[in-house]
Design a protein around this ligand. Structure first.
Ligand code: PEP
Ligand code: MN
Length: 263
């Protein structure tokens, strides 16, 4: 179901009215994690000025260590509900379990499946039963076949609103957090009709590499970007090294739009 039947077969997935999969770049931006009402309001106000209509912010965080901040959880859900009401942004946020999916259902406009859960098949089946968009991130070391197989679970369940996201894969070299697989983006654009986004933040792990990686993603034909930013990047509770300042994000928007127009 996820394979392309012809070169022009392309699906558009609409997140809170914002089309993903159409010419031009769809942009999703926000902090790695929701931390406070003040943080979210500061980001939301700037996104509105930049014309970005989709906010990312995790409230359920899949942390490597159980002793690290696990996200604000339910109080975070209530914050996102307020931000959505006050700023009219669409909310893209991660769920790691079916129970979280149920709790977040009326707040999230798009459910993010994180890299670590790409093959959480029970979660994928539950998302297949919903009628909301899903942003499926590529597993840490997933092959393209495994990635598309995971997407197939959701679509086979009856939910065709799936967006794929290349976020870098594991390699032997820790110099960058992950390796952005641009070849995979080009290949996915040929294999599937589903929209393909790139996450230059987790792909590189360094804020100084996010802009060049984002430009490359636009040039290779990605349908959009999901980018991490923070009002005070160095103070981010999670993923501080890769968070862009809000000024850097504005610069990125200008530069990638120019690239996308040239493609
Ligand atoms: C995230 O988007 O904050 C995240 C945890 O991403 P990934 O699942 O790609 O590591
Ligand atoms: Mn993150």
């Amino acid at each position: 179901l996820v394979h392309r039947s012809s070169p022009t077969h392309q699906t558009t997935v609409s997140i809170a009215g914002v089309p993903v999969g159409e010419p031009g770049l769809a942009l999703i931006a926000g902090p790695c994690a929701a931390e406070s009402e003040r943080q979210l309001r500061t980001v939301a106000e700037r996104l509105a000025l930049m014309g970005i209509q989709l906010l990312r912010a995790g409230v359920y965080k899949p942390r490597t260590s159980p002793y690290s901040f696990q996200g604000l959880q339910e109080p975070g859900l209530e914050l996102l509900r307020i931000i959505k009401r006050d700023y009219g942004l669409g909310i893209v946020s991660e769920v790691m379990s079916v129970a979280q999916l149920d709790r977040a259902y009326d707040v999230f406009d798009c459910f993010q499946v994180g890299s670590r859960n790409m093959q959480n098949f029970e979660l994928l089946k539950a998302l297949g039963q919903t009628r909301k968009p899903v942003l499926l991130k590529r597993g840490l070391a997933a092959t393209i076949e495994e990635f598309l197989g995971a997407a197939e679970y959701i679509v086979a369940g009856g939910n065709a609103q799936v967006i794929l996201c290349e976020r870098g894969i594991r390699s032997f070299d820790p110099a960058t957090r992950n390796v952005l697989d641009l070849g995979a983006v080009a290949l996915l654009k040929r294999l599937t009709h589903l929209p393909v986004l790139v996450d230059p933040s987790h792909a590189t792990g360094r804020r100084d590499l996010v802009l060049p990686a984002a430009r490359a993603a636009a040039a290779v034909g990605a349908d959009g970007l999901i980018v991490e930013c923070h009002p005070t990047p160095e103070q981010s509770v999670s993923d501080a090294a890769q968070a862009l300042s809000l000024d850097d994000l504005a610069q990125l928007v200008t530069e990638v739009s120019a690239v996308a127009q040239a493609v």
